[in-house]
Design a protein around this ligand. Structure first.
Ligand code: GTP
Length: 548
């Protein structure tokens, strides 16, 4: 193809212009690089001459001062880091004051205070400071103890605890609903004492009627025509929000398996006569060790800086053979050794293949707080009033309630209902209780061997006096006779709706959601296949002949 002279001229001109601009850029680039190099050299020279000047002026004293200053800075940083670690460890510590203010507001505004206790360790999560604050704020404020999570212990233990606690305040046995839906939370009319194991293992609430009756009686006895305010207080994670949701039959408050879900006061109107106040879980400053607070689920496991001590505390309370069997690890001498083997078994490894003992420790702690390791305390044999409660206060507080009715509600059970819930052995289990009020600790691991405990299984602990918080302790491993599957047969991650009773009560809400999702998915798939099949059949049976 030939080009016209005009076109050729234009092409030559463009080529020339391109070369020019290239040369221009190259020259500019060279100039810039030289300029930058010179600038860097000058800065470096200036810096050296400055340092040289400084060194000339410096003497031994200034060196010393400088070193001291750096040391002070380092020490300050260290202290800050340590306190930061503490705050991470006890996140609530940081907001403890704010929580306390919220709690004070609840006490001031309430006529009745429901102190929610975890039935597994009621004395451990009882807060004398809270009770003292209520008592000091006048005799017209009443305390009612709510023994929640009764589905996690045997009825016999619930009965014993009610008997023990009612020496001080009216006590209501309760199982909050653990359902996940927003509305229509199930509430059973059956009294706690008459509830069967199956009912207890469902996610429905039990004991709400008894509690409502108690509050109604209070209004009548006090001749209150208007509304009453009921404050709900207690340790983190004992189920305060779940209790409110159960009474309201709707998810009015946030619920979560980690402590510190409730951050500030929340009002829930039950009806025109009762207003409930949800309070953040409070942990008052006590002499209790960090490990014990962690075992009481007051600390977020994920944020623990050193999870080894609470795991050591768990291991001290467990039979080694049972632990080895449960976690599938060989014999070990120390908690660190156990965690290293567990981490390897669980595939929790750091870079370079080293076992991640922190992660393994946290998984053990999650098993404890999440109810996969079941534990329970026994009430002391004899009752003595705590120092902050006098006999007069007990009488004064009790006047406002109908004890007979409460007693009836709680008593009905215990006489008529067999202990079917957990298959615990309630005979004496070698407790060596002292005179003090410390509860005993029993422990069970879900899906145990199923064998009757041998002499070695019934181990008496707490010769270790480093952890006096729990007092003498007996550790017991037993299989659960009902409603629990051995580990190997444990319900699948997403169980079908029929298998929902086999799921851990703590997990039932989630399992229910997952099972429902699974069912919907199955249904959708079946519908799709049916539509496809029908389409295929329709097209196959299309006998309409377009051609004559
Ligand atoms: N099995 C069982 N689990 C319960 C019961 N009540 C509450 N839970 C569970 O315990 C966990 C804590 O419940 P929450 O109601 O959030 O406890 P909270 O006291 O309000 O907790 P904070 O907001 O941290 O103070 C949740 O996983 C609940 O599902 C109960 O009666 N039985």
């Amino acid at each position: 193809m030939t080009q016209s002279p005009g076109e050729q001229q234009l092409k030559t001109h463009k080529h020339r212009a391109g070369l020019d601009s290239y040369e221009h850029t190259a020259v500019c680039g060279r100039v810039t690089t030289t300029f930058i190099c010179r600038l860097a050299a000058m800065t470096e020279k200036q810096k050296l001459s400055r340092e040289h000047e400084m060194m000339k002026r410096r003497n031994l004293q200034s060196f010393q001062e400088d070193i001291l200053l750096r040391q002070r800075e380092f020490e300050q940083k260290e202290t800050e880091m340590r306190s930061l670690e503490k705050h991470v460890n006890f996140e609530n510590e940081n907001s403890r004051k704010a929580y306390y203010r919220e709690f004070k507001k609840v006490v001031e505004a309430s006529d009745v205070i429901l102190e929610v206790l975890d039935a597994r360790d009621p004395l451990g999560c009882r807060c004398p400071q809270v009770e003292q604050a209520v008592i000091q704020s006048g005799t017209n404020k009443k305390i009612v103890l709510v023994l929640n999570k009764i589905d996690l212990v045997s009825k016999e233990i619930v009965e014993k605890w009610i008997k023990y606690l009612r020496n001080e305040f009216p006590t209501v046995a309760f199982k909050a609903s653990t359902q996940q839906q927003a509305k229509n939370l199930k509430r059973s009319n059956v009294s706690v004492t008459q509830a069967t194991a199956e009912l207890l293992s469902t996610s429905a609430c039990i004991g709400a009627d008894c509690l409502m009756k108690l509050l109604g009686n209070y209004c009548r006895n006090q001749d209150i025509k208007t509304a009453i305010t009921v404050g709900v207080v207690g340790f983190p994670n004992v189920g305060k929000s779940s209790l409110i949701n159960s009474l309201k039959r709707a998810r009015a408050c946030h619920v979560g398996a980690t402590p510190g879900v409730t951050k500030c006061l929340q009002e829930v109107h039950l009806d025109k006569h009762i207003k409930l106040l949800d309070c953040p879980g409070i942990v008052m400053a006590t002499s209790t060790s960090d490990a014990v607070m962690i075992l009481r689920n007051c600390v977020k496991i994920e944020q623990l800086v050193d999870p080894l001590p609470p795991v050591e505390a768990i291991l001290r309370r467990c039979n080694k053979a049972q632990i080895m069997e449960h976690y599938g690890v060989p014999d070990f001498q120390t908690a660190a050794e156990f965690l290293a083997m567990l981490a390897r078994r669980q595939g929790k490894l750091r870079k370079g293949g080293l076992p991640d003992t922190d992660k393994a420790a946290k998984s053990v702690l999650m098993d404890w707080t999440g109810g996969r390791i079941t534990y329970f305390t026994h009430p002391p044999e004899t009752h003595t009033l705590p120092t902050h409660v006098s006999a007069e206060i007990v009488t004064e507080m009790g006047k406002a309630f109908n004890w007979d009715e409460l007693e009836k509600g709680n008593q009905e059970v215990l006489s008529s209902c067999p202990d079917v819930q957990m298959g615990f052995c309630m005979e004496s289990i070698g407790m060596t209780q002292g005179d003090h009020q410390e509860p005993h600790f029993g422990l069970q691991i879900e899906g145990g061997s199923g064998a009757e405990p041998t002499a070695e299984d019934k181990t008496e602990f707490m010769e270790d006096d480093q952890d006096p918080e729990f007092g003498p302790m007996t550790v017991e491993f037993k299989s659960q006779k009902v409603n629990r599957l051995p580990v190997s047969e444990a319900a699948p991650r997403t169980p079908s709706l029929e298998d929902i009773f086999d799921v851990d009560p703590l997990q039932q809400g989630h399992a229910m959601l997952a099972a429902n999702k699974k069912r919907k998915k199955k249904q959708k798939r079946a519908d799709k296949i049916a539509t496809k099949l029908s389409d295929t059949l329709t097209s196959a049976m299309d006998f309409s002949f377009s051609d004559p």
